[in-house]
Write a protein that binds this ligand. Structure first.
Ligand code: GLU
Length: 341
């Protein structure tokens, strides 16, 4: 992965963020150093997504104390798309608990594209994980609610609690995907044939399509992610959304599956759980510290925002977020030499 971080030193992960001004400066720097890039292409398999302004670029960091930093187009709204899967999974895990949702939906990477039908076949109808479409549609079907309309209302209010404000659905994005989502309908029918989906499969695809059309900004993603970093309490509103155990479970799922087929490279380069969506958003969580939200519509070949990945890679290094980056105990800068035996 081209992270555009040559010369940027990895700061050791110390357990806390640097002070407010330092984070503010680094958020701006993450924006500045990647602003000019035009690498990648905008998704257009959902026709309306192709109409976006590709120059839009926003970066935000929300801290677990409720402070939010922004740079660029951090308040421009776009459809959440696949990033919704992370938060719907958290809401369902809250209802069903670790073991049952783990067994019903799974937590392993398929190694295949997010909308793969073959992955379902290869795994005997098991959806494998909630971040690919098969697992996400099966997860949406597990949301509380006797009808599709009730499930949808629970999803909308649940994701709004994560964001700390009422999220609205973009009717045009929903309509554009609803007209062209035959593949997701086929996946849902296939799950039905294996007895792996509750309820009417096409109604569940419809609810899933609505959840993907919810509008968020980079700032919203940062706050939603910071709720997962803060033991399930939204740090801006102070309201508990889910339990700390569910945060832990959700982040472990994201660590192995959040960035499509690039999830391994992402963990290698950035070292944090994250989730991306085809409209160009990425949310990345630093447990106990905060979260990064980015928006930039041009994507790499796996469907991940190019500038979003680069801005996040920069912040992971500069702010010392990578969960694998330790320093030597007791040293100030984490780089003290140990003694040789
Ligand atoms: N609504 C999109 C789909 O199901 C989401 C894709 C994505 O963001 O990965 O195809």
């Amino acid at each position: 992965m081209d992270t555009n971080t040559a010369g940027v030193e990895q700061t050791a992960n110390t357990g806390q963020l640097p002070g407010w001004d330092a984070v503010d400066e680094q958020v701006l720097e993450a924006y500045r150093r990647n602003r000019e890039s035009t690498d990648g292409v905008v998704a257009d398999y959902i026709p309306i997504l192709g109409a976006v302004d590709p120059e839009l670029f926003g970066v935000s960091v929300a801290e677990v104390d409720g402070g939010v930093h922004v740079a660029g187009d951090a308040d421009v709204e776009f459809s959440i798309q696949s990033i919704s899967k992370a938060f719907v999974y958290a809401l369902v895990a809250e209802e069903f608990g670790h073991d049952e949702v783990g067994e019903r939906v799974g937590v392993n990477n398929t190694g295949l594209p997010f909308n793969s039908v073959i992955a379902v076949e290869l795994n005997g109808g098991h959806p494998m994980n909630p971040m690919v479409n098969a697992g996400a549609i099966a997860t949406t079907a597990l949301m509380p609610g006797a009808t599709a309309a009730e499930k949808w209302e629970h999803i909308r209010s649940g994701l709004s609690a994560f964001a700390g404000r009422q999220l609205q659905m973009d009717g045009v994005v929903y309509g554009s995907e609803a007209e062209t989502n035959q593949r997701n309908q086929a996946i849902a029918r296939l799950l039905q044939s294996y007895g792996r989906i509750d309820g009417d499969p096409l109604e569940m695809v419809d609810v899933y399509t609505r959840q993907c059309a919810l509008l968020v900004s980079a700032r919203d993603l940062a706050v939603m992610g910071a709720t997962l970093a803060d033991g399930g309490v939204n740090p801006v509103t102070g309201n508990r959304v889910i339990s700390a155990d569910v945060c832990r479970d959700t982040l472990s799922v994201l660590a192995s599956t959040g960035l499509y087929e690039r999830s391994g490279e992402w963990l290698f380069d950035i070292g944090l759980p994250g989730k991306s969506g085809v409209a160009g958003g990425i949310v990345t969580v630093a447990p106990g510290k905060g979260a990064i939200g980015t928006f930039s519509p041009r994507l790499d070949s796996a469907g991940n925002s190019v500038r979003g990945q680069r801005a996040t890679a920069y912040l992971s290094r500069a702010l010392g977020l990578n969960i694998f980056a330790s320093g030597v105990h007791g040293s100030i800068d984490g780089n003290k030499q140990g003694s040789t035996p």
